[in-house]
Ligand binder design. Sequence first.
Ligand code: SF4
Length: 1439
Amino acid sequence: MSNATSIVARIAYLASDVIVDSQPTLPSTSQFAKKYDSLSTTSVRRPTVLSVPLGGDPGSTLLRSGPGAALISFTSSATAQTAIRLILCASELSSLPLVLHLAVKDDLSDVSLLRSAVPFFLVSTTAQKAHDNSLLASRLARTEKKAVVHVFYEGKSDSVEEIVEGDVQPFLLSEKVASTNGVNGHNGHANGVNGINGHSVTAQSPVSELFKLYELAALSTVARTRRACPPLSVRAANEPHTVIFALGDIPSLDIDGVSVVSVGLLTPLPSSRILDAIPPSASRVIVLEQVHRWNMKWTPLYLELVNAIQQQVGEQRPHIQSVYFSEPAQVTPSAIAKLFQAAPSSTPLQLGGVSGSSSPSPEVPHIPKHESSYTKILSHVFGERLEVSNSPALVPKQGAIATSPEFALGRVRGQLELRNELTRSVQQLMEVREVSPELHKLLSQWTLVKDDATKSRSVGKELITALESSKLSSSLVDRILSLRTHFPSRSRWIIGSDAWSYDLGASGLHHAIASGLDINILIIDTLPYTSRNSADPHRRKQDAGLYAMNHGDVYVASVAVYSSYAQVLQAIMEADRHKGPSVILAYLPYQNEDAPALEVLKETKLAVDAGYWPLYRWDPVKEVQGKEPFTLDSDAVKNDLQQFLDRQNHLSQLVRSKPELATELVSSLGENVKEARRRKALQAYDDLVVSLDAPPLMVLYASDGGTAERFAKRLANRGKARGLSTSLATIDSMSIESLAQEEHIAFVTSVAGQGEPPQNGRTLFKALNATALRGEKPFSKLRYSVFGLGDSHYWPRPEDAHYYNKPGKDLDARLEQLGGERFAVVGLGDDQDADGPETGYRVWEPLVWKTFGVDSIEVKEAEPDPITNEHIKAASGYLRGTIAEGLEDTSTGALDPSDTQLTKFHGIYQQDDRDIRDERQAQGVEPAYSFMIRVRMPGGVCTPQQWLQMDQIADEHGNGTFKITTRATFQFHGVIKRHLKPSIQDINKALLDTLAACGDVNRNVICSAIPTLSRLHAQVYDFSKLVSAHLLPRTTAYHEIWLDKKMVAGEAVKDFEPLYGEFYLPRKFKIAVAVPPTNDVDIYANDLGFIAIVDERGELAGFNVSVGGGMGVAHGNKKTYPRLADVMGFCTVEQGPIVAEKVMLTQRDNGNRADRKNARLKYTIDRMGLDAFKAEVESRLGYSLAPARPFTFDRNVDDFGWSTGEDNKHHVMLFIENGRIQDEPGRDFKTGLREIAQIHKGTFRLTANQHLMISEIATEDVSAIKTILAKYKLDNLDYTGLRLSSSACVSFPTCGLAMAESERYLPVLIDKVEKICEENGLRNDSIVMRMTGCPNGCARPYVAEVAFVGKAPGSYSMLLGGGYYGQRLNKIYRETVSEREILSILTPMIKRYALERLEGEHFGDFVIRTGYISPTTSGKEWYDGMGGEGEYREAAAAA
Ligand code: SF4
C-alpha cells in the first residue's frame, strides 16, 4: 500500500463521522478500504464507512448520508467517471462539510474537471503534504461547511511526521487562529502560511472571501503542524525573466533567471496572489501542468493566469505559454530551456512529445478547432454512447446534407423508431413458449435496463451472444439480431451553429424542438461580444433558448465553456437525462481559428458579466416535482429572459397567493400558469410563422419619465400580436451605421428641457445632425415614422411654441433629409388632449399597421390589463410578496419590480445611481441599484444614543451620510441589497423602525419643535406617537422578513389589518401636529393636521382638525394640483387618535383607486365636497366635531439659535443645509454631531424644515456643547435670511423620479440670489425659497414664497406668491426657466421688493400686491392666472 493513500485514509477515518469510499473494478479492492479495516481494530473512532460500487452514484450517496454529519469524507481513485458524477450534483455537495480525497497517479486532467465546481481545491505532491492538506481540508470543510477537493499523488512515500490520533478531533474543534493582520486577512510573511510577498486580498469578491476562509484554516494547521502549507510555494530567482507556475508532480528545478511557483491551492486563487508571484522583471510566464489527457485547448489554471495578468493595468504584460507533460522525467532544465527558444503561441506545447492530433480527412468538413472544445466534452462524457446525428464524418457517405438539422432530425427519428421496434421484438420474443428460461431472463433484463447508459450495452451484448448461439427458430430472432446496433442506449445530439437562430422556423430547429423526441441540440454561438452590434445587423437573430423555454417541456441551458466548465458538464448531463428535447446554447466567441486564449476568455467574460450571455439551466421536470425549474449560473440576466422569468414568477406567485385574483389576472391567458405558457408557446410559433412573410419592425424610443417608453412597448407588443417580428430598444442603442441597415423603424420620443431629446436619445440625435451637416444620405433603405409626445401648453409664450414636440418633429425631418422614406406621417401626442397623448396615438398607430399590411388583422387576445399597485398590494400576502426570496437572489442588485412597491410600506425605496445610469446602460450592465431607507420616528425626537446608532448605520451600510427629511426623520441612501437586512436590524436595535415610513399608509407623524414651550411639546410629542402607533399597519411581514421573527399565525394569509384591510390606502397619508404661532410643519400641506389649541390657562385644550392638504402634481396634467388643507372642526386630545382613524378610513373607502394620480385625500375631498366628507367622518365617529377655535400662525421657518424652555432646559437650533449630515471640507458636521451625541444627556429634535435642534441641555452642560459647536462651526448662523429659509428635496443622484437637480443645486443658486438680496439690503430678510427635482413636491415647494420645480436637467418651473407661514399656495410664474432666466427675473423683483415693500410685508404677499402674480385661492384654481399677470407676462418674455 502506498504511503500517501494510507496517510490520507487515516486522517479521513480519524476526522470524519461518515466516509464514503468508491470501489475500483473487481476483483481489486479499494486501497482506502484496507486501511479503514485495519483502523477499525486499532482506533477508538468508529465512523460510518459506506462503499459505492463502480458505476454507482457517489454524489447521491454523499447527499443522503450528509445531513447531520459534522464531517464527511469521500475517498476514491480519480477517474473521469467519478469526477463527472460528482459534478452532476456539485452545487448541492458544495454546501456540505465534505472532503473529496482523490488519489491520482500521473495526470490531473480528470480531477481538474471538478476545479470550478467546488469552493476549495488543494493539491498535494508529497506524502507529507497529503497528510497536512488532509488535516487542513478536514478542518476547512468542517468549520465552513463547504466542500473541499483534496487531490494527492497515491504513489508518494516520502517520510511523514503524522499527527497522533488523540490530537485530530481537538485540532478540528479548536478555536480559529486569529488573523495577524486585522479584518482584511493576514500577510503571508507574518505567519508563514504564505511564502509569497503578501498582498492583502481585498474584501467583497467571493474569491477573496473564500480565500480568507482558506487562510484561517491554513493558519490553524500551521499552528498545529509547524509546517507551512502555502497556496503557492515560490522558489524565487533574482530578477527572473521567466516564472513557471507548476501544477503536478514536478522535480525540483534550478534554472538561472527562472522562478518556480508550485501551486498547492487551485481554488480559490485570487488574482492578486498570482500577480504577487510575478515580479516586474518577468517577461514570460509558463504554465506547466501534468494534464496530458486534458481534452480542451486551454486548462483552467492557464485561463486563471491569463485572467490575472489581464488585470495588470498599464504595465508590460508578460507572455503566457501553456505547457503540459506526463512524466516528471520530461521536466528537465534543458526541456524548459527549449521553451525559451519557441515563439510565443496560444497553442499549448507538450514537453517530451508531439501532439497526437491528426489533420482531418479532406472529405470531412473542417470543424473549427475552437468548436471542438464542445464536441470533445461530449465525447469525453458519453464515450461510445455519443451519437452526433449530423456529424461531419457522415459527409463522405451521405453528402453535404448530412450536417443539416433536418437530416439529423430525420436520422434520429428513424433510429428511435428502429429502437422501438427492437424493444417490441424483444417483448414479443419473451412471449414465445420455446424461449429458454436463461434467454427469457436476459430478454426481460434488457427490457428493464434498456434506458440505462451502461447496462443496456452490457446486457445487450450478452443477449446478442445468447441469441446467436440459440437454436430457436423464429423470425423475431433474426429481426432482433438485425437491429443489434440499437441495444445500447445512446445520447443523441445535433450540433449546429447560431445561424439556425436566424430563422428558427425554416431551420428545422423548430421541428426538432416541437417533435417531443428525446434529442439533444447543441447550438454554438461564436459571435464575439464586442462585434455583436456591427456583425450582420440587418439580420435578426432569435433567442432559440427563450423560444424553446416557451414550449414548456424542453430542457434549455445556456453555457460558456470558458466561463464555467463545470456548468457545461452539468448542462450536458442534465440534457442527456431529460426525456424529451433539450437545447444547449453554447458560447465560444472568436474572430478566427487562431484567436488567442486571452481574446476568447475576454470576450466570454464580457458577454457573461454583461448579461449578454447569461449562464442558466431550465429544467421543466423540476417544475413538475415542485422545485424551481430555473437555475441562474451567472450573475447577470438579460432583459428578455428576465421578462420571461418575471412572467413565470409573477403568474406562479399570483396563483399561489391569491387564487381568485390570479385567475382574473391571467384569465386572458388561460386558467393556470401551464395553460398560459402553452398558449404563449403557440402564439410564439404563430408569430414566427407570420413574421417570416412580413418585414421586421424595430421600435426605438427616447424617454426620460417613462411615458414614451410605455407607448413604445405598447407598439412593439401590439406589433407582435399582429404577427410582426418586432424588437424594441432605446434610440441611443443605435448608431448611424446600424440604423442604415434597418428597413422599418418606428420612433417614439418625448421632450426634455428646452425642447431637447430625452437623455437616452441625445447621442443619436447629435450623430444625425452631424451626418446631415456633412451632406450624407445614408438611409436609402430606411422607412420610418415618428410619434412624439409633448405638451402644447408647456410653452405658453408664442415664441416658444416651436418647442412643443420638437424632438419628434426634428427627428422626422432629419431622417427624411438623410435619405429615409416616411411610411406614416409624424404622430403628435399632446398632454392637453382629452385623453392626453393617447388621443394622437390612436390616430397614428393604425397608419403603422397599414404600412405592414396587418391593419385588418384582428387581435383576438386582449392586452392583459396592467398590473396595478392595487393588484400588487392585494396579492402580496399582507406586504410580503417575494421580498424575502428577492433578498436571497444574489444575481441582481435589485428586487422584483412588484416587490419594490411593497418595500415602500417597509420604509424602503429601490433607487439607482442616476449619475451613472447611462454609462452602465452603455456597458450593458444593470443600473447601480441601491436602496433608500427611511426611519419612522414620530415627532422627530431621538436620543443621543439613537443618533450615534444612526451615524454608525450610515457608515456601515449606507453612503456614509444621512439626511434629515422633510418629515423630520432620518433617511439613509446608497444601501445595497446585501446590507438591507442588517440595516433594518440595526435600526430596530436602536429601538426605531422603518415600518410605514413610506407606502400607501399613514407615514411618519410630525410635530412642531417648539423649544420654549416644554410642557406643551411633551404633550404634542406624546400625541404624535399615540396617533402613529394607532395607525400603524399590523402585518407581521415586517418582523418576519427583516427581523427573522417567525409568523405567529403560521400562514401569511392569516394576517389581519384591522384598519387597512388587504388593499391598504389608495395613496400615502400624512399627518402633522402644529403648535401656533409656528407652522414649522406646514400643517396645510398634510392630509390631516392637528393644530394645537391652548386654553386661557396655557393648557392644551385640544386640536383644530384640518384635512385635505397635499403637494404632488404631475407636470402638464391639470387633473393634478396642490391643495391646502381645510380646517373642519375641533377635537379634544383624547378624541384625536380616533378622529385620525376615521378621517383615514373615510379616505380608504372613498379614495380613487383607479388612478394613483388622483388618489390623495385632497382629490377625495374636492370630489365629495368638504361638508359631505366631514359628515362621513362624523357619522363614523358617532358625534359631531366641535367648531374650530381661533388661532394664528406667523411663520413656517425654524427658530435658529439658543433658547430656554419653561423647565429651564436649553435648546439650540442648528442650520443643516437641506438636512444632509455629512463631513465636508471645513464643515465636519457629522463628526461634530457625533461628538455632541457622545456627551449630550438630553434629546435631538429633527424638524420638518430639515434642521436639527439639540434640545433639553442642562445649564451645566451648555458650555461643553457650545465648545463642540464652535469647534465644528455648527454654531454658525451667519447666513442670509434667504438661505436660512430655504429647503430642497434629495433629487439626483438617488431619487428615481428626479427630473432636475435639487439638493445639490439649490445652495449654488442661493449663492447667487443672496448676492442680489445683500446688494439690496435684504441680507437678514427671510424669504421662503424651496426647490424640488420633480413636481412630487417632497420639500413642499407649492407653499413657498418662491419655488423651483424640476422639469429637466437645468430647467425648472418657477412659482411665486406662497404665504410666508404656509397659508397660501403659490402659482406657476414661468413654466420653464434656466438659471440665467431665474436671475434675470429675480434681480429687478428683489430690488423692487427692497424699495417698495410695506412695513412687515413678506415677499410672497409683495409679488401679489404689486401684480406679478395673482393669489391662489384654492387648489382647484391653481392653474388660473399662471404665467404671471399683466405686464409681467411680457416682461418675463424679454428677460
Ligand atoms: S420631489 Fe421629486 S425629485 Fe425630489 S425627492 Fe421628491 S420625488 Fe424625488
